[in-house]
Design a protein around this ligand. Structure first.
Ligand code: ADP
Ligand code: MG
Length: 466
């Protein structure tokens, strides 16, 4: 038994922190300020157990990097500081850390407020999924495509009473829905820790509900959810179709709204486009504020890259950032992944980051992005091919000369993009999804019977995929 293990309580914690400060200072001098900011600073020292120091970090990427580069030296330095330390274990932030405020945001009053909120906290730590520490409002880059969703989320986080209920955030994959929800949760937990915030994926909500049903524990289940101040459910498109869960969701939802509690929901589609949702649930979802996150623009992508490069504390040439913003257009997640790979590669092989190394490191990602086509491009190409105006793609004109090309464009949009039928309909002057379905069938039919038409369509497809 070491002294650390026998002397439990705040004393040993203080000791641990003092040791960490000393070790950190030494290593910081060795590896430099930039690396310190990126890798050491985000670490949280948890405890010592049987000679092993437990440290957690926010992401898998960070853990792998630290283990590969600094673990040996860390262990050595700590061993000198405290001979009882034999090993260091680095884990990814887990559920148990959820209630701690984000790094650098600790205040003297925290202890007291933590005690005050211990009842609510117990519930939320049982129910809430872990929050990513990097997903705060401060770290969210605002641009035209997301400014409305951002402003709405801030309102919700800052308001004492729900300014609109529910807040419904929707948009494609990797555009920042989860980030905004986590930001709301961090903000509230930090400013008003007495309020209970629960963040859950819709899948988890469903899973818990089904488990409660099986254990005949639904009363507890309902009570837990009904006693929260802010309930956030992510990716509700996964709830659609499951009747009993929808039913329960609907009741929980109503009772929370009636009690003036805030609800925040995200999905990949608007409430009306969610397939398999009950009418009454849709109309309830439409009652609050529906905020749409649009696809990224070049300016936003560049802004995000600049901010992420700053956080990583590495110098990335402007040319490279512009290149990435230009090339990786799918979503922010891929953009971030691309930058991380370029940075990690440079730090591993020790070279500079250049346009050439970037192209080399990311060749697979860049190829995949090259192949992605947007509905706008399809409309432009098809309109040019058939010699009609692009505006006719959105117009109500029904003359065969414009209706047919429009159907071809809808067909290609279905074939070449990941957009749903309602989304495609909307991009064609707000047409219904059944119109798109009809267009797809029509083009298939015509292609079967008219080989020159089929060739036209095939040619267009190849040009677009080019
Ligand atoms: P979604 O939930 O919409 O699929 P996420 O919220 O998970 O997307 O975002 C994907 C990644 O991109 C996350 O790492 C997130 O932090 C980052 N991200 C998205 N939008 C922004 C933004 N505007 N500023 C900074 N980071 C962003
Ligand atoms: Mg998400």
């Amino acid at each position: 038994m070491t002294t650390d293990e026998t002397a439990r309580g705040s004393d040993s914690k203080k000791n641990l922190n003092a040791q960490w400060a000393a070790v950190c200072g030494l290593l910081r001098a060795e590896i430099g300020e930039a690396a310190y900011q990126s890798w050491l600073k985000p670490m949280t020292v948890r405890e010592i157990q049987a000679g092993e120091i437990k440290i957690s970090v926010p992401t898998r990427f960070m853990r792998d990097w630290i283990v590969a580069h600094y673990l040996d030296r860390l262990t050595e330095l700590w061993g000198k500081e405290n001979p009882a330390v034999k090993a260091i274990d680095i884990a990814i932030q887990s559920e148990r850390d959820v209630l701690a405020p984000p790094p650098g945001k600790r205040h003297a009053g925290d202890e007291a407020s933590a005690r005050l909120s211990s009842h609510g906290a117990k519930y939320s730590s049982d129910l809430s999924a872990p929050l990513d520490r990097r997903c705060t409002f401060e770290q969210f880059v605002v641009g035209k495509p997301n400014e409305f969703a951002y402003a709405a989320s801030r309102r919700v986080a800052e308001a004492a009473k729900p300014p609109f209920n529910p807040l419904f955030l929707y948009g494609g994959v990797g555009l920042g829905k989860t980030h905004l929800m986590h930001a709301i949760a961090w903000h509230i937990r930090e400013r008003t820790p007495k309020r209970t915030v629960i963040y859950l994926s819709a899948e988890k909500f469903m899973y818990r509900f089904i488990r409660a049903l099986r254990e005949q524990n639904t009363v507890d289940f309902k009570d837990q959810f009904r006693s929260v101040d802010v309930l956030m459910i992510d990716d509700v498109q996964f709830i659609s179709g499951k009747d009993s869960t929808q039913e329960e969701f609907f009741h929980t939802f109503n009772s929370l709204v009636d009690q003036g509690r805030q609800i925040v929901i995200s999905a990949d589609k608007s409430p009306s486009d969610l397939e398999g949702m009950e009418e009454r649930l849709i109309s309830r979802l439409n009652c609050g504020l529906v905020a749409d996150i649009h696809a990224t623009t070049y300016e936003l992508r560049l802004g995000i890259l600049q901010s992420k490069a700053e956080q990583l504390a590495v110098k990335v040439p402007q040319k490279v950032l512009e290149f990435l913003a230009h090339k990786i257009t799918a979503n922010v997640r891929e953009l971030e992944g691309g930058l991380n790979r370029v940075v990690a590669h440079a730090q591993l092989v020790g070279g500079d980051i250049t346009l050439e190394t970037t192209q080399e490191v990311l060749h697979d990602l860049l190829r995949a992005n090259d192949r992605r086509v947007t509905i706008e491009e399809i409309q432009k190409r098809v309109a040019a091919h058939f010699n009609i105006r692009v505006s006719d793609m959105h117009s109500a004109r029904r003359a065969r000369s414009v209706a047919r090309p429009r159907q071809v464009a809808m067909y290609l949009a279905k074939q070449l993009t990941a957009r749903s039928l309602p989304e495609i309909g909307r991009k064609f002057g707000g047409r219904d999804h059944t119109t798109v379905m009809h267009a797809v069938k029509k083009v298939e039919e015509l292609s079967e019977h008219d080989s020159s038409f089929a060739e036209d369509v095939e040619l267009l497809r190849r040009m677009l995929e080019g």
